[in-house]
Design a protein around this ligand. Structure first.
Ligand code: C2E
Ligand code: MG
Ligand code: MG
Ligand code: MG
Length: 271
């Protein structure tokens, strides 16, 4: 490629845009066959009660082991799958596989599954969830679906109807990545969320920086006021855990408490 010309930066950036598009197309083509080739799997990360250290649930996290590229992170391939609609069959596979596995776990343990906005607004979602619970035998009370606020913001009225329908099945709903993007108090007030997951970015500096700690404290207060349980994501250090414990945070997730791992490595029976 020609050297970057500081005056005509556009000419420098265009080829790399093409590369990004080509890269996304190549990933999309490979993703199409990844399921049947057995390249996809689920890892699980523990969700812990901070006061007692007790594990009360596991979040399913999708993994793609690409034959040439190795592990492709979800942040890279989920947007591709959302764009071309593959997220619908992939999401069905995740839900089916995770529920089938969780049905064999200790009955006190919950399962959390992430939903993309595309899945969330898909007309068959509540039927899919109901059928999956029936065919796996997982009690609805043990399933929690995680949504991000981007799922809701486009059409709040429709989103509220979908959330209500899912909750009627007895499944609970968590608001993921809270504090990033559109987080509004209005959303919290109008949706019957069972849990807020405070985004991991808020853990940075809570041990040393009083502003960071104050933000966490105010989200915990908000959760208490609205009677919504708060789970802190991205806990990496004992000091962060200590601060959260001191502030009365109920639940946590993070590398300190447990890295995402294959179910066998966690002592969870595979399906
Ligand atoms: P998320 O749902 O917010 O999941 C938490 C992410 O943070 C996971 O990344 C997890 O591995 C990572 N994490 C956990 N503890 C720590 C920590 O202490 N420090 C740091 N730095 N990171 C931590 P992962 O597995 O790469 O997933 C990224 C995102 O991809 C997820 O964010 C979720 O939005 C999406 N995703 C993953 N699996 C699925 C899936 O099955 N379906 C859908 N629709 N989205 C998924
Ligand atoms: Mg999540
Ligand atoms: Mg999150
Ligand atoms: Mg996320």
């Amino acid at each position: 490629r020609a050297k970057a010309d500081p005056v005509r930066t556009v000419a420098y950036y265009e080829p790399s845009m093409d590369e990004t598009v080509r890269e996304a197309r190549a990933l999309a083509a490979d993703l199409r066959t990844a399921l049947e080739k057995g390249e996809l799997s689920l890892h699980y990360q523990v969700q812990t009660a901070i006061a007692t250290g007790e594990i009360f649930g596991y979040e399913a996290l999708l993994r793609w082991n690409h034959p040439e590229r190795g592990e492709v992170p979800p942040a890279q391939f989920i947007p591709v799958a959302e764009e071309n609609g593959l997220i619908i069959p992939l999401g069905e596979w995740v839900l089916q596989t995770a529920c089938a596995q969780a049905a064999h776990w200790d009955p006190s343990c919950k399962l959390a599954v992430n939903l993309s906005p595309v899945q969330f607004f898909h007309p068959d979602l509540s039927r899919l969830v109901q059928e999956t619970l029936e065919n796996t035998g997982l009690p609805p009370a043990r399933l929690e679906l995680e949504l991000t606020e981007t799922s809701i913001i486009d059409d709040k009225q429709r989103a509220l109807e979908i959330v209500r329908r899912i909750k009627e099945l007895g499944v609970s709903i968590a608001l993921d990545d809270f504090g990033t993007g559109y987080s509004s108090i209005d959303t919290l007030r109008s949706f019957p969320f069972d849990r807020i997951k405070l985004d991991g970015s808020f853990m940075k500096g809570i041990e040393t920086n009083s502003d960071a700690a104050a933000i966490v404290r105010s989200v915990l207060a908000l959760g208490r006021t609205m009677n919504i349980s708060v789970l802190a994501e991205g806990i990496e250090t004992p000091r962060q855990l200590e601060v959260l414990r001191g502030e009365g945070c109920v639940a946590g997730q993070g590398f300190l408490l447990g890295r995402p791992a294959r179910p066998e490595a966690l002592g969870l029976q595979p399906a």
